[in-house]
Design a protein around this ligand. Structure first.
Ligand SMILES: O=P(O)(O)OC[C@H]1O[C@H](O[C@H]2O[C@H](CO)[C@@H](O)[C@H](O)[C@H]2O)[C@H](O)[C@@H](O)[C@@H]1O
Length: 862
């Protein structure tokens, strides 16, 4: 990832507002030189390097306090009991003046504010030269928003936010640093789209109280107290300072506290600091659990040396503590190699986002301690640091924002961009041609021409054009437009009007093989089918494998409906399997006609199933009679009987699955069978409770019918799960599959997820990454015929993956250990209706098979 170009082009906006005369230019040059010198001097010093505001105090040597002492001295109780001196001794060699604390303290009260003009593109006066120069180095993240998001395209953004001065304005009383409701809403919204963590100097509990959002991750005490997600990362789990715990909602979390052994020492220092500063008016000492903050915001500047001396005298007795400077605060913290930068790395690792090029971390912070995080992102060329500051300061950040209001605006912009980008992706994937001549671009073009926006439109890419059309209320949403006039090719920039009539051919040159079928192998080009098959196993949905040659199935299901299909065709390779079943002597001898019919049915299923195991490389799933759906023991008996029959004809157990409806009794049967090593396939799953309970039961395969849930939602209301998905603009079928997938992977269940009742290509694109997709041949054919141009590959990004599942948040109710009662309470009307309808239809088919068998039995040769 190269950030350099982006930075440069981001700066161009500001060039406009900084058109200087020659004396301005000289000023800028000297400022730049000064900046470089300052950086050099900082790098030479073996001390904590904090950025300082660019004003005259930067000319003094900026040395910080104690150098990092190696943590070689073992932590001993003696250290706690050292009684610090009560009074500062002015003039002593190691006083605060000698260590330049005062310089640093004064530097934390910068005078020169960024004028609005510098950001607002009106000409600056001479005094704004410093600010202009600074803004060239750290352009506004709002002005450079497009540059930031152009890097973010196709990447997953991970957001890290500091609290004080970033999400809440700086106030005199640290206990009153409340965050506005508007900011809370912005953070909540942004966390819905991107994994978001707060990394604060405050103790974790306190910052959580201020923010109050459960969907975030929190790191307190400058990253020394991290509550992160339960993760698969060995690096995190095996870390000696990481323990498994639960959060306030009882959800499993990882707690990482690398400075735990310092708590007694910090408490002791806190008490001494409170005691020793109580005579200093305005001083305020805050215990942040793994560090202590000594606030001097309300202390008269004449007394700053007194408070500094006081802190100095206390911590010099504790070689394993060090001091850093914040905004009118002296921070006392353990000398350990851990800071906000390390916390960012730790959280990225915990979230499964650290080894991927498609992740863009963004860190927003205002304080010196945030520089450690900016540095990590900059040095590892990983993401963007954004400094919140209304004064020019040297920083490792890439961009700047002036204050929390701008931070809020930036967060909102990210959400807006993400929504637009998702819409755009949606547009780009919609590829069912209706009429090649009428397509989305033509419609958008016409709409904009009619509304007088045409001249703007000609130079813009289509997605931008649609955005304008939407904001100008010419168009309510691209989706609404597409529902009537669907797009015939992936959208790119607006073509010249004369191209309108030839677009489909231009964008989708069809490569035909001699047989008339497109084959990626023959042509050397890749198709959409190749792209989705990279992430998911695509199972052709055929009834009697009539298209075996074109789409060889990888797995199969033997069911009543397959038996009916075989019986209805004049000649299929499976017919003899049924005839053999009906001629079976064991069944023939049974007197009770119902028992006899059940025997024939079992034999027919098993004979056809055995034939299928010879044809497909994967597993064959055998349907269990739907009439047993509410009878756990009945299901167990049936499965054992089918297994016995399979083993008689030597079909290995590992090639078999048993397909059971996901009623509570079916799920229980699955649990018991799986514990015996028998693989089950739970079907008719239409709600999260079914999927989660099935995963907890250890079902090998869980099958969700995407289209059925969607159809139910079109015609009914009143299901909370369906309505929640619709409210957030999601398709309820796809949302259910996504949630189930994330649940299975986030919580380490072994189940594989299968999406069935796929209605169009968009369904497949939205679910790439899921284990199995059962798709109709018509859709597969269309995928196979669609060539992907090299620059369109990004459109086929994997949507579901174990690492992205780590970011998915589940509510407390969803994370229960499911039992019959909670299952019955949670299952909504959609799943109830669909399960009922499914069972009814399976039962009907089984009865039809029995009727048919009754008619043809005994066959002529028996
Ligand atoms: O990492 P942060 O979340 O930015 O926390 C750093 C310190 O922030 C708080 O102090 C600062 O904000 C106060 C309230 O606005 C203000 O009065 C004080 O002058 C600032 O330094 C917090 O009180 C400290 O504990 C944090 O370490």
């Amino acid at each position: 990832m190269h950030f350099g170009d982006d930075k440069f082009s981001g700066s161009l906006h500001l060039m406009d507002c900084c058109t200087h005369n020659s004396s301005d230019k000289k000023t800028l040059k000297s400022i730049e030189k000064l900046d470089t010198m300052d950086l050099k001097s900082k790098h030479a010093a073996p001390v904590l390097t904090d950025p300082v505001p660019i004003n005259k105090c930067r000319l003094s040597i900026h040395s910080s306090i104690l150098p990092y002492s190696p943590p070689a001295v073992s932590f001993s109780a003696v250290l706690y009991s050292m009684t610090p001196r009560k009074k500062p001794i002015p003039g002593k060699r190691d006083d605060v003046r000698a260590t330049s604390w005062l310089d640093s303290m004064k530097c934390s009260s910068p005078r020169k504010k960024l004028s609005k003009a510098a950001n607002n593109e009106s000409p600056p006066d001479e005094n704004d030269a410093v600010c202009c120069s600074w803004l060239l180095k750290y352009p506004s993240a709002l002005i450079s928003f497009e540059h930031i998001t152009s890097y973010a395209k196709g990447k997953r953004i991970a957001l890290f936010l500091d609290y004080d001065g970033t999400l809440s304005p700086i106030v005199n009383d640290p206990d009153s640093a409340f965050m506005s409701n508007a900011m809370r809403d912005a953070v909540r919204d942004v966390a819905d789209y991107f994994p978001t963590a707060i990394i604060s100097g405050r103790c974790r509990d306190k910052v959580y109280k201020f923010v109050g959002l459960t969907q975030l991750y929190y790191a307190g005490s400058h990253g020394m107290d991290i509550m992160g997600p339960v993760t698969n990362s060995v690096l995190v789990n095996d870390h000696p300072n990481c323990i498994r715990s639960t959060d306030k909602q009882g959800k499993g979390v990882n707690l990482f506290q690398p400075a735990r052994e310092f708590i007694p020492m910090i408490d002791e220092v806190f008490r001494s600091l409170v005691e020793n500063t109580k005579g200093i008016k305005g001083a305020n000492v805050e215990n942040n659990k793994f560090c202590v903050s000594v606030h001097y915001r309300l202390v008269d500047e004449n007394n700053w040396s007194t408070i500094a001396q006081c802190v100095h005298d206390i911590i010099k007795e504790y070689p394993r503590l060090r001091l850093t400077h914040g905004r009118k605060v002296l921070e006392v913290r353990p000398v350990i190699n851990w800071d906000k930068g390390k916390a960012v790395e730790f959280l990225l690792e915990s979230l499964g986002l650290s080894h991927s090029d498609d992740v863009l971390p963004i860190y927003i912070g205002d304080d010196r301690t945030d520089e450690d995080a900016f540095k990590v992102l900059r040095e590892q060329n990983r993401g963007y640091g954004i400094l919140v500051s209304s004064v020019p300061k040297e920083s490792n950040a890439f961009y700047s924002l002036r204050d929390p209001t701008e931070v809020m605006e930036f967060l909102k912009s990210l959400v807006r961009w993400k929504k637009t980008w998702s819409n755009r992706e949606e547009l780009e994937r919609w590829q069912h041609p209706v009429s090649p001549q009428v397509d989305i671009e033509l419609i958008a073009y016409t709409l904009l021409s009619a509304s007088g926006l045409f001249s703007v439109a000609t130079t813009l890419p289509l997605w931008k054009l649609l955005e304008i059309a939407m904001s100008a209320s010419v168009l309510s949403s691209p989706t609404s437009l597409l529902q009537n006039r669907r797009c015939s090719f992936p959208i790119r920039s607006l073509p010249h009007p004369q191209h309108f009539l030839i677009k489909p051919q231009r964008f989708f040159p069809k490569t035909q093989s001699s047989t008339g079928n497109t084959s990626s192998l023959e042509t050397g080009v890749s198709t959409e089918l190749d792209a989705v098959s990279e992430f998911s196993e695509i199972v052709p949905d055929t009834v009697v494998f009539d298209d075996f040659d074109r789409f060889p199935p990888t797995a199969a299901t033997v069911s009543s409906s397959l038996l009916l299909g075989i019986c209805s065709l004049p000649d299929t390779k499976f017919k003899s399997a049924i005839e053999t079943a009906l001629a079976d002597g064991e069944c023939y001898l049974m007197e009770d006609s119902r028992v006899r019919m059940s025997c024939f049915l079992n034999k027919a299923l098993v004979n056809v199933g055995a034939d299928l195991t010879k044809l497909v490389p994967g597993r064959v799933s055998t349907e269990v009679d739907a009439r047993l759906a509410y009878d756990t023991h009945g299901i167990l008996r049936k499965v054992h009987e089918l297994m016995r029959l399979y083993s008689e004809i030597e079909v290995p157990l590992e090639r078999l699955l048993f397909k059971i409806p996901a009623t509570w009794q079916g799920i229980e049967a699955s649990r018991l069978l799986e514990s015996e090593g028998i693989q089950t396939h739970l079907t008719s799953v239409h709600s999260f409770s079914q999927a989660a309970a099935a995963a907890q039961a250890g079902a090998s395969v869980i099958q969700i019918f995407v289209g059925r849930v969607r159809d139910w939602a079109r015609n009914h209301s009143g299901d909370p799960e369906v309505e929640a998905a619709c409210r957030s603009g999601e398709d309820p079928g796809l949302a259910l599959v996504t949630k189930a997938y994330n649940y299975i992977h986030k919580h380490g269940h072994k189940s594989k997820l299968m999406a069935a009742a796929i209605c169009n290509k968009q369904d497949i694109f939205s679910l790439t990454g899921i284990d199995y997709i059962v798709a109709p041949l018509k859709i597969l054919q269309s995928l196979k015929e669609s060539i992907i141009l090299p620059d369109e590959k990004y459109s086929f990004a994997r949507r579901l993956s174990p690492s992205s599942s780590m970011m998915y948040n589940f509510s407390e109710e969803e994370l229960v250990k499911w039992d019959q009662l909670s299952f019955a309470t949670a299952i909504g009307p959609a799943a109830e209706d669909l399960l009922g309808a499914g069972l009814e239809s399976y039962t009907k088919q089984t009865r039809r098979v029995e009727e048919l068998f009754g008619k043809i039995w005994p066959p002529p040769n028996v």
